[in-house]
Each structure stands twice: as C-alpha cells, then as structure tokens.
Design a protein around this ligand. Structure first.
Ligand code: AMP
Length: 202
C-alpha cells in the first residue's frame, strides 16, 4: 500500500493528478472538500454546522475534519479489498492536521509514504478556480473574496506543513506549471520507486 498526500492550493491541479493516480495505480481518492460538501448537502445537523464554515470560506474545526477523515478511512478499509493506497487531497491543511493524519493512520497501522507539493503562482490559481466554478458546480467558489481567503489560509499554513513532511524526508516539490502529462510522469516515477522499495522489504 502506498499512501500519498497531495499538497497545493485548490486549483493547483491536485484533483487531476489524483484522478490519474487512481487510474494507473488503483489508489483510493479522499478529497476532504468533497466529503465536507457531501455532508453539507445531506442536510444533517453536522452538515449545517459545516455549511457555516464552507460558505464563509473558513476551515471547519479540526474535530469535524478528523472525524470525517477517520470515518471515511474506516468505511473503505471495512469494505473493498485489496486496497493499493489512499490519496489525500485537501487534508492536511494545517500543521495540526498533518499530525492528526499521522495519528489517524497509525490507528489503522498505516502511514503516509509520499507527499507531492504542487507549486503554482497565486494569479494562475485564481484564474483556474474561477474557470471551474460552474463546470464543477463549486458555487462556494464564485466570490473572489472567498477564493482570496482560502489562498491566504493556504499560504499561511503551507510552510509549516512542508516543514513537517521535510523532517521525515517524504516530500517532493513539483512545478505545477508543467503540463498535466509531464507532472504525472514525475509523480509516477516517485510512486513506482516507492512501490519497488516496499516490495524489496518483503
Ligand atoms: P476545497 O474543495 O478543498 O477547496 O474545500 C472547500 C471548503 O471545505 C474549504 O473552503 C473549507 O471550508 C473546507 N475544507 C476542506 N478541507 C478542509 C480541511 N482539511 N480542514 C478544514 N476545512 C476544510
């Protein structure tokens, strides 16, 4: 099993790379934003609470995101087998969430193997997010103010998350301005390397 974190501002191309990873390596994609939006749209009590944060462009509290992630992993591990790995997108978004993710995974005897940090200038991110508002029905992204708020949150927390993963030598910085294919080629090389290292251990 190879477990991956995709780091990058929303709009950096993480979703596209995740889709390609799923197709090629059969990992399971966990997108926190999607999970939270699903809960929000379910109309549950928790969903109403989540809505107030998402609609204001703020991060939902850690106890909510931790539970959502933990339950999703559990649900997947209890179901479909074999599992080739998880891809986390949108989580962690803070240093504390990076620690939480390690703790959640260790409860299942798992850990993060690779972290891909997709770097891209803010102006390009902004344009990409505006383009996908209606295509992907991300209505919460239609206001510049909210996009800016999220970018600010992201930029504020980025370095501490990057440092966290640098300590354990798991992180690779990638140029998000490259073509989708070139970026995926780089990512695949790292994944293949990791898979062969894991196989050697057995
Ligand atoms: P996204 O689709 O990843 O841009 O996320 C949409 C919204 O979901 C964010 O603006 C936050 O309100 C919430 N969200 C997503 N991921 C997280 C997270 N890791 N922690 C807290 N809130 C999150």
């Amino acid at each position: 099993m190879v477990n991956i974190v995709l780091l990058g501002a929303s709009g950096s191309g993480k979703g596209t790379q995740a889709k390609l990873l799923v197709e090629r390596f059969g990992m399971i994609y966990i997108n926190t934003g999607d999970l939270l939006r699903q809960e929000k749209n379910s109309g549950s009590e928790l969903g109403l609470k989540i809505a107030s944060y998402i609609d204001d462009g703020n991060l939902v509290p850690d106890e909510v995101s931790t539970d959502i992630i933990k339950n999703k992993i559990k649900e997947i591990l209890d179901g479909q087998k074999p599992i080739n790995g998880f891809i986390f997108d949108g989580y962690p978004r803070t240093n504390n969430q990076a620690i939480n993710l390690d703790n959640i995974l260790s409860d299942f005897d798992l850990s993060i193997d690779l972290v891909f940090h997709i770097q891209i200038p803010n102006e390009i991110i902004f344009e990409r997010i505006k383009e996908r508002v209606f295509i992907e029905k991300r209505i919460d992204d239609q206001f510049d103010e909210k996009i800016n708020k999220r970018l600010t949150h992201y930029n504020k927390n980025k370095s501490s998350i990057v440092e966290y993963y640098m300590d354990s030598d798991k992180i690779y910085n990638l140029d998000g301005n490259k073509s989708i294919t070139k970026l995926f080629y780089n990512i695949s090389e790292y994944v293949l390397n990791k898979i062969s290292l894991i196989n050697e251990e057995y």
